[in-house]
Design a binder for this molecule. Structure first.
Ligand SMILES: NC(=O)c1ccc[n+]([C@@H]2O[C@H](COP(=O)([O-])OP(=O)(O)OC[C@H]3O[C@@H](n4cnc5c(N)ncnc54)[C@H](O)[C@@H]3O)[C@@H](O)[C@H]2O)c1
Length: 244
């Protein structure tokens, strides 16, 4: 796999899931190009198709191929109440979480078709499989959309030997989780430590995931060990309860 080239979006934040995925794919011997609003190899906005095309063209110019795309960029913004949901939050959440991954995938798939192989991993969420209390409804809807698109894409491009799967993390120890715990603490008038304890009680393993534990599953989905796996939405949640 040493000549394989991967693009990982949302990998500019040094403690995020994207960074852990980029580090793991590099450790496995691949060339990795990171893309994010800032702090990445390519500073781009995944809601902007022109910037995406530019990133893909430059990656092909510099490295000659794109074998793997990890659609990881995502946001969880806005209030948890459905009636408080604003049109702006809804549009922004869908622009990043759904349109971003669609446009990036549309950009790389023709090159993968030409190469006769490819792997796409979409980072969805447990919120893409179940509605969870305290999570903004636009985020839940956007992650259900990611799972649905993953399956539709897997169906369409299986014949081109392009495997497309979704990873659905529960709680992962990143800036996004810290923000969620802050909101939970404020809503319940408790401390953030108490909010973390409340969340841990829902998890069979009793703790959030470390970003590299999500990266390990992504690495498996990129490797030939998962050659017969496509269209799956894999929960990586430590046995998280709740929601429906
Ligand atoms: N942390 C969790 O508990 C958790 C749980 C389930 C799913 N996820 C998903 O995992 C992914 C990574 O999240 P994280 O926890 O590492 O959070 P994070 O906020 O650290 O990382 C998200 C990254 O996406 C980038 N991003 C946001 N908007 C962008 C845009 N328009 N263009 C380019 N990049 C953009 C951000 O700059 C950031 O670096 C997200 O898709 C998130 O929904 C996280």
């Amino acid at each position: 796999m040493s000549d394989e080239v991967a693009i990982v979006t949302g990998a500019g934040h040094p403690e995020g899931i994207g960074d852990a995925i980029a580090k793991r794919l590099r450790a496995d011997g691949r060339t990795v190009v990171t893309a994010d609003l800032q702090g990445a190899d390519r500073d781009i906005d995944v809601t902007d198709s022109v910037q995406i095309d530019h990133c893909i063209r430059e990656t092909l110019r510099d490295h000659g191929r794109i074998d793997i795309l990890i659609n990881n960029a995502g946001i969880a913004e806005g209030p948890a109440g459905f009636l408080e949901q604003t049109a702006e939050t809804f549009d922004r959440t869908f622009a990043v979480n759904v349109k971003g991954m669609v446009q990036f995938s549309q950009g790389v798939i023709p090159h993968m078709q030409q190469a006769g192989k490819g792997v796409i991993v979409n980072i969805a969420s447990l919120s893409g499989l179940r509605a969870m209390a305290g999570i903004p409804p636009a985020y839940t809807a956007s992650k259900f959309a990611v799972v649905g698109l993953t399956k539709a894409m897997a169906l369409e491009f299986g014949a081109d030997n392009i495997r497309i799967n979704a990873v659905c993390p529960g709680s992962v120890d990143t800036a996004m989780r810290a923000k969620a715990l802050e909101l939970l603490a404020a809503a319940e008038t408790i401390t953030q430590t108490e909010a973390a304890d409340l969340e841990n009680e829902l998890i069979a393993l009793g703790r959030p995931a470390a970003p590299n534990e999500i990266a390990a599953v992504v690495a498996f989905l990129c490797a030939t060990d998962s050659n017969y796996l496509t269209g799956a939405a894999i929960p990586v949640d430590g046995g998280m309860q709740g929601g429906f």
